[in-house]
Design a binder for this molecule. Structure first.
Ligand code: G4P
Length: 523
């Protein structure tokens, strides 16, 4: 098979959701379709104490969670599917955001009884801003939930994205009859406890027991409304991430999952070109290229190894190949390469653009590094920096260990485990993270890997705003709103709260305040 054919076969996506919306249940169903697992219940939920993917780090074992995102892959209907797992809110970290740089689309699962939940809005927004195609699955239709029209409206308002319902539900909860599958022009009938059945639109007249039901008729009226007043279907808008196709169903039953997945596979993009310093890099180019979006240290405590997760962007990877690390020009041999499948690591011999592989890291890589073969030298666009929300001052517990302390911080920051800021006045160390878990991992690793115990002093949730360096005048900021610099020496202010931010804006209308979430940093 040619590289181009291999690339066309690939669908690489992440499933994102608020905890308990049904991500694990959905993943499990997809793995069943892919024959990767044989029975439901193999992918363990958090509550059973074991997690689906890994217990690499002690901290994972202690908390029974998956700190690391893992990758699952399987063949389905002639396609090669790569699913990247992303941790939920409590376990949220920058890794979760970065995972989104390595996928070509996302499946967003929403609990239809709850709608869009606050904590996940940012994650969804990052997808939206990056222009990643988003496919929405409104889950738990077997329970009484919000009205479908209200759910669509919420989605459009909160995420500023157009919606197109691919199917339309008739009823919900106990009165759930099934869905109108608009694409295949059929009614998918729900039979509690049994498999779904399909009635083509043309044959519906032969089913008065269904069509005379009031719930069914209400749904027909709603569907008419959606057809008249709703958005127009556009595959182009889907691929640009401007329109999300919405599927209603139940991952648990399962109901509507197969039709969802079939449509998803058809519509989701195969790997697309990636931006670099030489311009767009096409996935079917002969020369291999890829970038590192995540580094995980100490997956195996016995070996103290580090694994770098690489997204292949062009060409073909073969085990043992030599590549150049674009940042340093150094040649490296990719001898140990692994694929993360559920709890095991399998050696992988070859991979193509779109695939994600784990490679052994001899302490050479940084997040965002480009690996290449071929004569042309270039680097992929830098990974975006995500604005942290929780900040803490950090000091070495034992002043005599300041050397270990600095080394640990330097390495963990370089690895992307946490962000470091320095106070403009005192030069003290301030850490920033998007999730509390990052601090737990940081503390644990400082102690265990660098023998440097730390003391942390919370300075609370802050609102970071980057400044134009010429306007970073310390006299403008009182001590409550910290003026700091990031590791690229760019100045920013950590505002105490929304009130302080607005007050400052009113007083200093000429000072430009940059919100990383609003800039095109994500593009
Ligand atoms: P998560 O990975 O997004 O955190 O969610 P997960 O799949 O673990 O699902 C959370 C809970 O919601 C689970 O129930 C699961 O069975 C349930 N669930 C998932 N999909 C559906 C659905 O379509 N309908 C209904 N009614 N429930 C659904 P649990 O009781 O919290 O855990 P468990 O003991 O069943 O594993």
């Amino acid at each position: 098979m040619s590289i181009q054919e291999e690339v066309q076969k690939r669908k690489t996506f992440a499933i994102i959701s608020h905890p308990d919306a049904g991500k694990t249940t959905m993943t499990e169903k997809l793995l069943l379709y892919g024959n990767l697992i044989r029975s439901a219940g193999t992918v363990k939920g958090k509550k059973s104490g074991k997690f689906a993917t890994s217990d690499w780090m002690e901290i994972e074992k202690q908390r029974g969670i998956s700190v690391t995102s893992s990758v699952m892959n399987f063949e389905y209907e002639g396609f090669h599917i790569n699913i990247l797992d992303t941790p939920g809110h409590e376990d949220f970290s920058e890794d979760t955001y970065r995972t989104l740089t390595a996928v070509d689309s996302v499946v967003m699962i929403i609990d239809s009884t709850k709608g869009i939940e606050a904590q996940t809005i940012k994650l969804f927004k990052v997808c939206r801003m990056r222009g990643i195609p988003i496919f929405t699955f409104m889950n738990k239709l077997d329970r009484e939930g919000k009205e479908p029209l209200a759910l669509l409206e919420e989605l459009e308002e909160v995420l500023e994205i157009d919606t197109y319902p691919m199917n339309w539900p008739a009823g919900m909860g106990k009165g759930f009859l099934g869905i109108f599958d608009r694409e295949n022009e059929q009614f998918v009938q729900h039979h509690p406890g049994a498999e779904e059945s399909y009635i083509p639109y043309k044959e519906l007249e032969n089913h008065p027991e269904l069509t005379e039901n009031g719930t069914y008729q209400d749904a027909v009226n709603e569907l008419e409304l959606v057809e008249e007043a709703g958005n127009t279907y556009s595959e182009e808008a889907i691929l640009n991430g401007e329109l999300t196709p919405v599927f209603f169903g139940s991952a648990l039953s399962p109901f509507g999952v197969q039709t969802f997945f079939d449509s998803f596979i058809r519509l989701a993009p195969s790997p697309t070109p990636r931006k670099s310093t030489k311009g767009a890099v096409k996935p079917e180019e002969e020369d291999f290229s890829g970038f590192i979006f995540k580094i995980q240290a100490n997956m195996n405590p016995a070996h103290r190894d580090r694994i770098a997760f690489l997204r292949v962007c062009s060409g073909k990877f073969t085990r043992g190949m030599s590549v150049a690390l674009a940042r340093t020009g150094k040649e490296l041999k990719l001898a140990q390469s692994q694929q993360m499948v559920a709890s095991s690591r399998e050696t992988i011999e070859e991979a193509y653009a779109g695939d994600i592989i784990g490679i052994y890291d001899p302490n050479a890589y940084q997040i965002g590094d480009t690996l290449l073969t071929g004569k042309e030298k270039y680097e992929f666009d830098e990974l975006p920096q995500f604005p942290p929300e929780i900040f803490k001052k950090v000091m070495a517990k034992n002043a005599l260990k300041s050397k270990q302390f600095r080394k640990g911080i330097e390495q963990l920051v370089q690895e992307g485990a946490i962000q470091l800021f320095r106070d403009k006045l005192t030069d003290s160390f301030i850490l920033g993270a998007v999730g509390e878990l990052q601090y737990q991992v940081f503390t644990y690793r400082m102690e265990n890997e660098y023998n440097a115990e730390v003391i942390m002093e919370p300075i609370g949730e802050r609102i970071p705003r980057w400044l134009n360096p010429e306007q970073a005048d310390a006299s403008l900021f009182d001590s409550g709103n910290l003026l700091v610099r990031d590791r690229h020496d760019q100045p920013l202010v950590l505002f105490r709260n929304e009130f302080a931010l607005n007050w400052f804006k009113d007083k200093n209308p000429d000072i430009e305040l940059i919100d990383l979430f609003e800039t095109n940093n994500y593009q």
